[in-house]
Structures are given as structure tokens and as C-alpha cells.
Design a protein around this ligand. Structure first.
Ligand SMILES: *Cc1c(COP(=O)(O)O)cnc(C)c1O
Length: 417
């Protein structure tokens, strides 16, 4: 290592020593030889989540069987977990519930929002939104017909100009999944409201890592993931937020028994529950939701403002490392250089991004590849240290200098990228 390299190492050590969140890393079970920079896709395993999984499987399901719906309050989990998430996104109680996936929840929110906007049928979204969001609008458009639901895609710089009185719903992902660009929630919500448009915010890359204030922004609807920065495990259930003022008018079409006013009256007629329970459809996935519930308890050790502050510092330090090891000579930044303008990830464009990502994984640094040419590295502040960021950059520099990624074994495409 050169003297200069040790300078960066020294800085990483100092930043770690001053990091108020550094002890939280011990709450996660991470493999020793891995630097995990993909918590934006699948959060790491909290030790308390593993413990809860064992308890729910062995004791609650194994011993207490069906009595657990009451004995261990399984029936209240969607509300309980929803409220915990509400506390992380700036939502007063009674507006957030945990259920299903983002895709399914988006179908519910879109349908409900369109029904509240009689006379309007346009749904404006971004061409580079996460595909499932667009697919769900297309599915609803197929079902209802374009006279009732019509998707209109715009580029990022044309969003404001597209907001007119004939738009029903503005559907945006708060943090772009590739570039990490953050939308100004307060401003866009206000501009949309001025034209009578309802806004659905997808918080997949925001919840658990940005300091969100949904109520203060007068958000209408939002939804997000349980398995990314909330660390709920693969396929963990998602969440829905509906502002209190909309809950009476809102109706969603997936009217399953768990959304019924009195599910255990087993009546033949559907009567929606009041408040957020109407968002539920079928029986909740108790194993997954229990694990998510346990994972969320880690957030009580800190605050979202402290998490965001570390996220910005990690991102800034990564950019500093990229400059230091001359990696901007080889990669193009596909994220804003100013950390205040991006979520907790950094995207680097390179024609061989796929092979570079595979080589990184082969050398113990897990990031991901997003088609067509993006190497995406995520910094989950609860368990990524400044030394992790520095070491990952050193490994990336080595892979590039020695062209390790050109080896055949790093070129083969796997089914999940
Ligand atoms: C990860 C992600 C999803 C995932 O949707 P699921 O239906 O929960 O699989 C949706 N939207 C965005 C923006 C995402 O980043």
C-alpha cells in the first residue's frame, strides 16, 4: 500500500470512530469476508430477526398452533408493523399498514385513487420508473380500458409541465432505482394538488434510509418495500400509507376478507373496514411479517435524521475514494455528485458493468448490476462502515487496473442480477 492509500485508510478509521451508529453493525449477522453494498435490494439479516423467526416457527406455530392468532396477536401484526413503519416515514398513527407486495399494493392504490378522480383518467409516471410500477398501470389500463385509466410516460425534466387538470394521478418513485436521484416530495405534491391531481409516492428506495415527512408534505398515498432498507428479509411484505383525510373516500377493489369490517362474522356481503384495515386482502404472511417486525426494532436505537446524515457521509466518502483512486477516469457517474440530491446509492456507468459487478462479488464485494450498463452500490447506514467503503473502492480499483473482469468466469449472465 502506498502512503497515499494509508491516508484514505486513516480517514476511514477516523470517520468510523466518530460514527454514532457504528455499534448497530453488531446487530446484524454479516459474513466476515463480505462487504455488503446491496442493502438497497435486499437488506442484511438482523440477529433479532433470526431469533424471532425461530421463535415464531418453533413456539408460536409449532406449539401454540392456531391459538397464536389471539395469543401472539398475529391478527394485529399488519397494523402493528404498519405503525412502526409509519414512525419512520413521518406518518401520524392510523395511516400505514403492512401487507402484500408493492406491485399488489400499487394496484389497490391506483384503482382507489382513480375512483376518487371521476372524470379524469390519465396516470402520469416516469419512463425510467421501476418497471413493475409501470406494468401495474398497464394491467389496470387493460382491465378498465384506456378511457378509465391511461398511462402517460414523461421524462424527468417534463414532469412539472405534464401536470394539468386532466391528469388523475401522478405516480412517482421518490428515489430513482438506478440513478438514486431524489424527487422533491413537498414541491411536486404541492404542484400536483394545485391541479387537483392525487400523488402516489413509491418509497422503495427511501423508507428506512431517508428522513421522510409524509404528513408534512401533505402526501396522499404512498407505498414501499419491507425487504430493502427495512431489512425484513426476502419477499418481506410491503406497506401502504393513506393520508387520514382520504380514508373515507378511498375504496380498493381487492376486497378480501381481511379487509372486511367483521371478517369473523363470515357474512356473504362485503363491507369494508374503516381506516387502513380496508387495504388488507387475504391472510397476512405471519412468518415474514414477524421477521420484519423484529427487524424494525433496530430503528428504535437511532433516528432517521442520524441515518440520513450517515448515508450522506458514506456517499461523500465513496465519491472521495473514487476520485482518489482515479476511478472517474474509467467510470461515468450515473448519479448526482451532490449527496443531498441522491438516495443512499451510487451508480457507475461502464460498458462492462455486468462483468465488473461479477468480479466484485468474486472478491467479496456485493453490489448489483442494472441493465444496460450500471454498477450500483448501495450504502445501508445501519451496517456499512467507512472502512467497508474504502476497502470496496480498493478492490474495485484493483479489478479495473488488472482487468480482472475480462476473465471468462465473470462474463456469464445469471438469471437474477
Ligand atoms: C424494489 C421495487 C419494487 C418491488 O416491488 P415488489 O412488488 O414488492 O416486488 C417496486 N418498485 C420499486 C421502485 C422498487 O424499487
Amino acid at each position: 500500500m502506498t502512503v497515499e492509500n494509508s491516508d484514505m485508510q486513516l480517514q476511514a478509521n477516523q470517520l468510523d470512530a466518530a460514527d454514532p451508529l457504528r455499534m448497530i453493525k453488531d446487530d446484524f449477522d454479516l459474513p466476515e469476508d463480505t462487504i455488503y453494498l446491496d442493502g438497497n435490494s435486499l437488506g442484511a439479516l438482523p440477529k433479532i430477526a433470526r431469533q424471532r423467526a425461530r421463535e415464531v416457527v418453533e413456539q408460536q406455530w409449532g406449539r401454540d398452533l392456531i391459538t397464536s392468532w389471539n395469543k401472539h396477536q398475529w391478527i394485529d401484526l399488519p397494523r402493528k408493523v404498519g405503525e412502526s413503519i409509519g414512525g419512520l416515514i413521518g406518518a401520524e398513527p392510523g395511516q400505514t399498514i403492512c401487507c402484500d407486495s408493492i406491485s399488489v399494493n400499487l394496484f389497490k392504490l391506483l384503482s382507489g385513487a382513480l375512483m376518487m378522480q371521476r372524470g379524469r383518467h390519465k396516470v402520469v409516471s416516469q419512463a425510467d420508473n421501476f418497471p413493475t410500477d409501470l406494468y401495474m398501470v398497464q394491467g389496470l389500463q387493460g382491465l378498465l380500458g384506456a378511457a378509465k385509466c391511461q398511462l402517460e410516460l414523461v421524462e424527468e425534466n417534463a414532469i412539472e409541465a405534464s401536470l394539468s387538470e386532466n391528469v388523475a394521478v401522478l405516480l412517482l418513485t421518490h428515489v430513482n432505482f438506478r440513478s438514486g436521484v431524489i424527487h422533491d416530495m413537498q414541491r411536486l405534491t404541492k404542484l400536483a394538488h394545485d391541479k387537483g391531481i392525487l400523488v402516489i409516492w413509491d418509497l422503495a428506495h427511501s423508507a428506512g434510509v431517508l428522513d421522510l415527512h409524509l404528513d408534512d408534505c401533505e402526501a396522499d398515498f404512498a407505498l414501499g418495500c419491507g425487504y430493502k432498507y427495512l431489512n425484513g428479509g426476502p419477499g418481506a411484505p410491503a406497506f401502504i400509507y393513506i393520508a387520514q383525510r382520504h380514508q373515507d373516500a378511498f375504496q380498493q377493489p381487492l376486497t378480501g376478507w381481511m379487509g372486511h369490517k367483521t371478517p369473523f362474522s363470515f357474512s356473504a356481503d362485503y363491507h369494508a373496514a374503516e381506516g387502513m384495515n380496508q387495504c388488507l386482502s387475504g391472510t397476512p404472511a405471519i412468518l415474514s411479517m414477524s421477521v420484519l417486525d423484529a427487524a424494525l426494532s433496530i430503528f428504535t436505537k437511532t433516528s432517521m435524521s442520524a441515518i440520513r446524515e450517515k448515508s450522506v457521509q458514506l456517499g461523500d466518502f465513496f465519491v472521495q475514494c473514487l476520485h482518489h483512486y482515479n476511478l472517474f477516469d474509467l467510470f461515468t457517474a450515473a448519479s448526482p455528485m451532490n449527496a443531498q440530491e441522491r438516495g443512499s446509492q451510487f451508480a457507475l456507468a461502464h460498458p462492462d458493468a455486468y462483468a465488473i459487478c461479477q468480479a466484485l462479488i468474486g472478491h467479496g464485494v456485493i453490489g448489483d448490476f442494472r441493465s444496460p450498463d450500471i454498477l450500483r452500490l448501495g450504502f445501508a447506514p445501519l451496517y456499512v462502515s467507512f472502512c467497508d467503503v474504502h476497502n470496496a473502492t480498493l478492490i474495485l480499483a484493483d479489478i479495473m487496473q488488472q482487468k480482472i473482469y475480462t476473465q471468462a468466469r465473470f462474463q456469464a449472465r445469471l438469471s437474477v442480477t
